[in-house]
Design a protein around this ligand. Structure first.
Ligand code: NI
Length: 392
């Protein structure tokens, strides 16, 4: 079947590049993917899939029937949203929406979902079981997956596959990762309440800014002294505010940041661990505090069996030299993790790097993708889907 899949994908590639360029030129922000969703639904309907729109707010769901009536579904998830970035890539099909850009390659992901649906629906022999295509909105704000799940898309889904482009892997190469792919990402907000006073009379005040500085320093040092160094933890305070005038001691300070971890035990204990440190420092210097700790997305843990399936299909399709086993997880976050609370799944990385130049990273205004990756991604996803039903 691999030869048929490759031949179909080859024939469809010019059309897929056209689709990708259309999507790239018309990016939409998280939760506002109205035109994108309508466009996606139109393409899917023309392939004869059963399409549902407005799933998970601005998402699209499409089901493809299998050859047999095997129970369950294999889901293939792609995301559709863009970022609030002004594009600076010199492309004919650069963003026509000022201040919005597909800088994370979700235009490629959407194209891969569409291409895979086209290939699988046109094969002489369809896959043995049902395939569900999930076109998810709002991945960049880590909301879309939960919107889709709340709309019931995971009912009957037995496994889920996902893909993300990666500029540091060359195009036409597939990156496979066993185990943790991305980190758990939580949001942290700390309010410190001191007491205002004259800048010359610190002994009559409780300086919230100085205490905030102590809190930041203590948290960073505590990572190195109290956390297992073999279990990564990154705590970044990206915002700090407080104070009214240079000669007035600040009564309030606010810190906000992101907390990334990989190990479930580390992740579970983070709120108590942070509070212990903040309470101690504020207590020592007479300040009050309030902490808002918001759980974000968990870590993407790739299922071993599905990862093996992706690896085998990729080796067969592309040869060993174009399959990279990724040695380390990323501390980035991906809301694909939320689907994995309902079914096992695996996400692979699709190389989109140009061989002959340096590749700006994802979320960069000059991010570009080598479009040869579209063929690679479609064949990999379609072959994995076909093989999945052949193997269960
Ligand atoms: Ni992304």
């Amino acid at each position: 079947m691999l030869a048929e899949i490759k031949a179909l994908a080859q024939t469809l590639t010019p059309r897929l590049i056209e689709i990708r360029r259309h999507l790239h030129a018309h990016p939409e922000l998280s939760g506002q993917e109205y035109q994108t969703a309508a466009y996606v639904a139109g393409v899917l309907s023309s392939c004869g899939l059963r399409v549902r729109e407005s799933v998970g707010k601005t998402g699209v769901l499409a089901d493809l029937d299998g050859q047999n009536d095997k129970s369950g579904l294999l889901a293939i998830r792609t995301d559709m949203d863009a970022l609030p970035i002004t594009e600076k890539a010199p492309l004919d099909f650069a963003s026509r929406h000022p201040g919005v850009m597909h800088a994370c390659g979700h235009d490629i992901h959407t194209t891969l979902g569409l291409g895979t649906a086209m290939v699988l629906s046109q094969l002489p022999q369809p896959p043995a079981g049902k395939i569900r295509f999930l076109f998810q909105p709002a991945e960049e704000i880590a909301q879309g997956a939960s919107w889709m799940i709340q709309d019931g898309v995971m009912g009957d889904v037995g496994a889920v596959l996902g893909v993300h482009v990666f500029p540091s892997i060359p195009a036409e190469t597939v990156g496979i990762r066993y185990g943790a792919l991305t980190a758990a990402a939580d949001d942290l907000e700390i309010f410190i309440q001191g007491e205002s006073g004259h800048g010359a009379r610190p002994h009559e005040a409780v300086d919230a800014i100085w205490i905030a500085a102590q809190v930041i320093t203590a948290l960073q040092q505590a990572i190195s002294r109290t956390q297992n160094p073999l279990r990564p933890l990154v705590l970044t305070i990206g915002q700090i505010s407080g104070g009214r005038a240079p000669n007035v001691i600040a009564d309030q300070a606010r810190l906000a940041g992101t907390v990334r971890s990989l190990h479930p035990e580390t992740h579970a204990r983070l709120p108590q661990w942070i509070e212990g440190i903040v309470a101690h420092i504020c207590g020592a210097y007479g300040a009050q505090y309030e902490i808002n700790y918001r759980r974000g997305v968990p870590s993407v843990q790739n299922d071993p069996r599905l990862t093996k399936l992706l690896e085998e299909v990729s080796r067969e399709a592309w040869g060993n030299e174009r399959v990279e086993i990724i040695p380390e997880p990323s501390l980035g976050a991906e809301d694909f993790a939320l689907y994995l609370q309902h079914a096992p799944g695996a996400m692979f990385r699709l190389g989109v790097g140009f061989q002959d130049r340096t590749n700006p990273p994802l979320h960069h205004p000059q991010f570009e993708a080598d479009e040869r990756a579209i063929y690679t991604g479609v064949v990999t996803l379609a072959a994995a889907a076909w093989r999945y039903w052949d193997s269960v």
